[in-house]
Design a protein around this ligand. Structure first.
Ligand code: FES
Ligand code: FES
Length: 161
């Protein structure tokens, strides 16, 4: 079945089994190795991508539901100006993630900041609940995310002047 969709802002027509997992297709057909296949049950968040601008575990998305949608992966998101601001702030605050969770978690944080500001601590906690990690202090992370929001806002204001 030919499935038409946008991948990292480029049109794709892929001949795929509608039951194929998006995570497998992204890795095997497009070589997008940022999409981790860890638990394959939708619990760890290692395979997170943006589907129509919302974070989803790609291992739980079947190709039939990808038709006419937009998929963004870490490979694309990590080239944006906002992503650079976010990672600079996170690093300055000492929030460094391991290779297991890094891509998925940064996609979730990027989406959270781009889609829903201002952010409460509860919203940050809920948004990150799909990305398993017991080794980052949540208060520090929440503080860093708020700082990143302010940095992006300041940058946008400066651009308008
Ligand atoms: S591999 Fe998809 S959520 Fe764990
Ligand atoms: S920093 Fe990767 S699992 Fe905690």
């Amino acid at each position: 079945m030919i499935i038409r969709f946008m991948l990292n802002n480029m049109k794709k027509n892929l001949d795929a089994d509608p039951a194929d997992k998006l995570s497998d297709v992204l890795r095997d057909d497009f070589g997008l190795q940022s999409v981790n296949s860890c638990c394959n049950t939708g619990r760890c968040g290692g395979c997170t991508v943006l589907k129509d601008n919302l974070p989803v575990p790609a291992c739980m998305v079947r190709m039939f539901s990808v038709r006419n949608s937009s998929i963004l992966t870490y490979e694309y998101i990590s080239t944006t100006k906002e992503f650079e601001t976010i990672t600079n702030v996170l690093e300055a605050m000492g929030c460094n993630f391991c290779d297991f969770c890094k891509h998925g978690k940064l996609i979730t944080i990027y989406s959270l900041i781009m889609n829903s500001v201002p952010l409460t601590e509860k919203e940050i906690y809920e948004a990150l609940s799909g990305n398993i990690c017991n080794c980052t202090d949540f208060q520090t992370l929440a503080g860093a995310i708020r700082l990143a929001v302010n940095s992006i806002k300041r940058g946008k204001r400066a651009e308008r002047k």
